[in-house]
Design a protein around this ligand. Structure first.
Ligand SMILES: Nc1ncnc2c1ncn2[C@@H]1O[C@H](COP(=O)(O)OP(=O)(O)OP(=O)(O)O)[C@@H](O)[C@H]1O
Ligand code: SF4
Ligand SMILES: [Mg+2]
Length: 442
């Protein structure tokens, strides 16, 4: 059972909750990120391949998954076992990872290698300044046309990673490229040019809007700033089209942001984000502030827009259920690191990191009166340690029920357990986590 369903209806259509996974599969499947078989390893630069549909649209730059090379900085192979479902997949087939899809993958749109961000910050106890590492050697790729999900508890570094990925902040170390171009070497002009291609949707759109602008002006702003959209009249027509795309009635164009509901404001924010026809949209907690029913509308809108405009998403949320609904491939973050990364079906069908199991246990049961609620809550133990004093060894060990001596001494590397399923745990595959995860299946 799922909390959201993929509505094929037009944006704005209310969506009922509690429909079967088949619908989710259909939703995610539209992105059709089929994992090509082949190369494994190289989790330091864990990667997937692009969607078959997008790969063919992209035309150039398509590389066969099997030819992807492991090793430092290389594009690692795609998960053979973890195909995202094709559009018509059933829930069962989605869970089994029975992906239908072509085996070719596209060049990564965005690639991050060992990105690290440290901040000088006052420690909570006020003993002068200390350094905290918000993002620690994180590597990932976002393939054209896929939705790469990032999930983790508050403070684990998701937003910092998003800002690094867009180069809105500078990394302390690491590498970052967009379409193979080194983003860290780009000057102002080049960055400005690729930023048209990369847009972001935040949790609270109100914060990022000038309250004195009308809704029409808010959406027209990026067109004006980037010298797009032509004359005032043609800009207005473009804004009208964008309003229609996101399901906002045109008669609202003369209103102001404070006159909208939260859901309408998020639609407005999405209209602004797609105004410049970007390829990559980073959604950072884009639905977290909304009611569940409105969340469903916005998530479906994002999926519809992805289909219509061939968008690529980096979709960030602390809510695993939302990330599951949206993503083709998912990175699980803990304490500034990616601790597990796999295609969606593989991740949910074959949980290998205890922290992912913990997150899974926290997913609300969609079944009213589910007596396993207390059991679920009990599975969440401890809190996230202070970034000022990271635990030795595996950073998750203070909370891990499976820890052993080595966990307190040695940090586990992110290893490829097969088919691009990367896990940072000394005992990955040894504790029967997939079986334990079954009780939390949603
Ligand atoms: N400019 C900054 N200076 C110092 N510390 C920072 C700065 N920005 C973020 N941090 C710290 O880095 C850590 C990661 O923050 P970040 O906002 O990326 O987490 P998050 O996963 O997005 O959390 P949430 O789910 O609450 O949005 C936090 O401990 C935060 O306090
Ligand atoms: S390395 Fe040890 S402490 Fe860390 S997640 Fe694995 S079992 Fe738990
Ligand atoms: Mg955040």
């Amino acid at each position: 059972m799922a909390l959201w369903t993929r509505a094929s209806a037009s944006p704005g259509t209310p969506v009922s909750a509690g429909a079967p996974d088949a619908n989710i599969a259909a939703g995610a499947g539209a992105g059709a990120v089929a994992r090509a078989g082949g190369a494994a390893g190289g989790c330091a630069s864990a990667a997937g391949t692009g969607g078959a549909r997008m790969a063919s649209q992209a035309g150039a730059g398509v590389a066969a998954g099997a030819s992807a090379k492991a090793g430092a900085g290389a594009l690692a192979g795609a998960g053979a076992s973890a195909g995202a479902s094709a559009g018509a997949a059933t829930g069962a087939s989605a869970k089994a990872g029975a992906g239908a899809g072509a085996g070719a993958g596209a060049t990564a749109l965005l690639r991050a290698e060992r990105l690290t961000k440290t901040y000088a910050a006052s420690s909570r106890r006020g003993f002068g300044s200390a350094r905290l590492t918000a993002v620690n050697e994180v590597s990932f790729e976002v393939a054209r046309g896929e939705t790469f999900g990032l999930v983790g508890e508050s403070g684990c570094g998701k937003s910092t990673l998003a800002m690094l990925a867009l180069r809105l902040i500078e990394p302390t170390s690491g590498a970052l490229s967009y379409e193979g171009r080194d983003m860290l070497k780009m000057g102002f002009r080049e960055l400005r040019e690729i930023r048209r291609d990369m847009q972001v949707v935040f949790q609270d759109p109100y914060d990022s809007m000038n309250p004195r602008l009308t809704l029409e002006e808010v959406v027209a702003e990026p067109l004006r700033v980037h010298g797009r959209g032509g004359t005032k009249r043609s800009r207005r027509e473009r804004v009208e089209k964008l309003f229609a795309d996101v399901g906002l009635p045109a008669h609202l164009m003369g209103r102001y942001p404070h006159q909208l509901s939260g859901g309408q404001r998020q639609r407005l924010c999405i209209a602004r984000a797609i105004a410049l026809s970007p390829r990559l949209v980073v959604c950072d907690e884009a639905v977290s502030a909304l009611d569940v029913s409105i969340q469903a509308q916005i998530l479906n809108l994002l999926l519809d827009l992805k289909d219509e405009f061939g968008l690529t998403y980096m979709f960030i949320s602390h809510n695993l259920a939302v990330v599951k609904f949206m993503s083709d491939r998912i990175g699980v973050m803990y304490f500034g690191r990616i601790v597990e990364l796999a295609a969606k079906a593989e991740l949910f069908g074959n949980v290998l990191h205890p922290y992912t199991l913990m997150l899974l246990s926290a997913m609300p049961s969609p079944v009213p009166g589910d007596s396993r609620g207390a059991e679920r809550r009990a599975a969440i133990t401890g809190g996230v340690p202070s970034l000022f004093s990271p635990p030795a060894g595996c950073v998750f060990h203070p909370r891990c029920r499976f820890r052993e001596g080595v966990c307190e001494r040695e940090e586990p590397p992110l290893r490829d357990m097969g088919g691009g399923h990367c896990v940072a745990c000394h005992f990955a595959g040894e504790h029967g986590l997939p079986r334990l995860a079954e009780q939390f299946a949603v």
